[in-house]
Structures are given as C-alpha cells and as structure tokens.
Design a protein around this ligand. Structure first.
Ligand SMILES: NC(=O)c1ccc[n+]([C@@H]2O[C@H](COP(=O)([O-])OP(=O)(O)OC[C@H]3O[C@@H](n4cnc5c(N)ncnc54)[C@H](OP(=O)(O)O)[C@@H]3O)[C@@H](O)[C@H]2O)c1
Length: 331
C-alpha cells in the first residue's frame, strides 16, 4: 500500500488562519478489506466554509477536531477495489478531506463522468459551488427578466455562476469583486453587464452607476460593508439570498448602518445552506452540466500544486488571492 500524506488541524486559529494551524503527516495505509476501495485523490477543493470548521463554535455543521484530517470535497480515481460496485479506474467524487488517499466502503462515493467535463469541474461549477449559485439565485432570489441582480465575490466559484445564470434568465447582472483584473474578467469573459471594484474606494457611487434602476436581487457572498452599501440601493420587495459572509470569517462582526432598508423596502433576506437542499441537486447539476459542457457557462480555476501547499492556498483564498475556483492538484 502507498504512504498517505494528510493535512491535520493542529490548532484553532486566532483571527487570521496561519500555516502553523495545520500539520502535515505521513501515515501507512492498511490493506483493503472485503467491500472496500482505495481511492487516490486527484483534486482537493478548498472552500471558505472550511474556515468555520476550524473554530469550535455552534454552527450548522460540526467542527473539525484538533488532530483530525481537514474536511473537504475531493475527486479522484479508484486504484484498487474489493467492492463489486467499483473497479480500478473509476472516477469518483467524495468528501475525503485533505489527504492523498482514502479507503472507503463505497457508500459515500459517487461515480463521475469525465467524457464531456473534466474531473475538477465536479468540485466547482458542476459541483457544490454551482448548485449553491443555482439554489440561492433561483429558489430565493427568484429574479424576473429585466430585474437587476448584484452578486459579490463575483469572479469566484459561486459568484461567477450566479451572474451567468442571471444573464440567462434575462436580468442585468452586476458583479462586485476585488480589483480591476477580476472586474475586467467578470465583464469581458463571463458577460456580466458591469462589475464594481469594491477596493477602489467609491463603492456606493460605482454601484449606483452600475445599477441605475436599483437592485432587485443581491446574492450576498461577503456581508460587511458591501452588504451595507447595497442596502441603500435596494428596490421595493428586493430579495437577498444570504450565501456567505466571507469578509467576516477572519474578522470582527460588521455592524449594519442601513438596516432600515429592510423595512422601508419590504426586503426578504434568507440564509441557506446548500447541503440542506439535496432534493434540488439532481436538477441543478443536470442543468449546470449542460450549460458548462456547451460553453454557455464559463468557469476559471486557481490550482495549487501538491497537498503540502494546501494550507497556503487556503489562507490565500480567505484574502482573495484566488481567481476562480480554488483547487489543489495532487496528481
Ligand atoms: N451557503 C452555502 O451553502 C454556501 C456554499 C458555498 C459557498 N458559500 C459561501 O459563498 C461565498 C463564496 O464562496 P466561493 O467558494 O465561491 O469562494 P470564492 O468566491 O471562489 O473565493 C472567495 C472570494 O471571496 C472574496 N473575499 C475574500 N475576502 C473578502 C472580503 N474581506 N471582502 C469581500 N470579499 C472578500 C475574494 O474575492 P475578491 O478578490 O473579489 O474580494 C475571494 O476570491 C463564501 O462566503 C462561502 O462561504 C456558501
């Protein structure tokens, strides 16, 4: 059996995550028992939710214990099987976490079809982030053609899909992203109508210019100052799918100044956790798979090489250093 490299949670972060919060170990894998498969991980997904799992606070999911393998979505290939449902060479999706190999009884493994889509896409646009965009926009935002949809973290895994789906629905799509390079990509490559650089220092004026008819749906990935500014530009009966609060994951809570907008505009805000809506995944994945395979929906990936670089890439993700879906390539 091969040696396995794993990344463990070594310490709970105090504020900003440090590389010393992780520990890399090498372990020996036991021989396979009947019914088991050995999977070699090819790509690990790095996602903002992992920051929450490093803390020991009440949340919608359990924390990672100190000394445990960091949690995470993975795609890989079966290298040995003693399970009749899987054969060597099968490509699979599973939550194996930050490690090179995993042994499974097959129950939590899902076969993936890489004939039309590359393996990594099942961790991004045709995976959890894509379904998050699909669910939040369609089920909560429910935009009508002609309405204005604004999305933050617009060049990222979730935001990039939100804006492209909004365009397909006939809406005006406006992104908010950090820096000119990301904003140019969002408009020129992804086809949004406009994108506002929230780091440029004119957030309210720039958003107002980008959304001249006001904002009907704000898909919130970041919270904080961007949310507070958007509140001033909402139309009556606006909807806010509250997907994430990344601006606060490493920081103190940001007090909202424009809370009155909820009342005067009769706004609906709804937080959601995509894994609690498994009933819509097959429909969302089928739709996203078709859109991505045909090229109608585009995606971009930031790929770190080697599991040992996962901690650094994760720390970068929380600072906006990724440009598109953040992955780690292990093979
Ligand atoms: N509710 C759910 O079920 C669910 C599921 C998946 C993801 N999410 C949430 O969705 C959000 C986006 O996730 P993702 O996987 O698509 O990540 P992502 O957008 O690919 O990467 C994170 C991005 O967040 C932005 N960011 C980082 N710090 C920020 C700050 N202080 N202020 C504003 N923006 C900041 C950065 O973009 P810029 O350079 O543009 O700032 C960074 O590239 C996260 O909040 C995540 O927790 C929720």
């Amino acid at each position: 059996m091969p040696t396995n490299m794993q990344v463990l949670l070594a310490a709970r972060p105090k504020g900003t995550v440090q590389e010393s919060d992780f520990r890399i170990v090498k372990t020996e894998l036991p021989a396979l028992k009947d019914g088991e498969v050995l999977v070699q991980v090819h790509f690990l997904s790095l996602d903002p939710y992992m920051r929450g799992r490093m803390d020991d606070v009440k949340s919608y999911a359990a924390s990672v214990n100190i000394g445990d393998v960091m949690t995470g979505g993975t795609v890989g290939e079966v290298v040995e099987s003693k399970n009749p449902k899987f054969a060597a060479g099968d490509q699979v999706l599973a939550m194996f976490g930050w490690q090179q190999y995993a042994i499974s009884d097959g129950r939590a493994l899902q076969k993936i079809d890489t004939r039309k889509l590359p393996m990594s896409v099942y961790l991004g646009s045709v995976g959890m982030p894509g379904v998050t965009a699909w669910y939040g926009l369609k089920q909560i935002g429910a935009p009508k053609a002609g309405e204005t949809v604004v999305v933050s973290a617009a060049s990222g895994a979730v935001g990039s899909i939100v804006g492209q789906l909004a365009k397909i629905l006939g809406c005006r799509a406006v992104g908010v992203a950090g820096g000119k390079v990301k904003c140019d990509y969002v408009v020129n490559e992804l086809g949004f109508d406009a994108c506002v650089d929230y780091k440029a220092g004119n957030l309210y004026a720039d958003l107002k210019a980008a959304a001249p008819n006001g904002i009907d749906v704000y898909f919130d990935n970041v919270g904080g100052e961007v949310l507070d500014t958007v509140l001033k530009l909402l139309n009556a009966f606006a909807r806010i799918p509250l997907c994430g609060l990344i601006s606060g994951y490493n920081a103190e809570p940001y007090p909202l100044k424009n809370y009155r907008s909820f009342l005067v505009n009769r706004v609906k805000l709804q937080g959601f956790i995509v894994s609690e809506h498994m009933e819509i995944w097959p429909q969302a994945l089928a739709e996203l798979g078709g859109l991505v395979a045909s090229g109608r929906v585009k995606y971009r990936e930031s790929i770190a090489q080697g599991l040992e670089n996962a901690p650094r890439a994760f720390i970068g993700l929380l600072k906006g250093e990724n440009f598109g879906k953040q992955l780690v390539k292990l093979v």
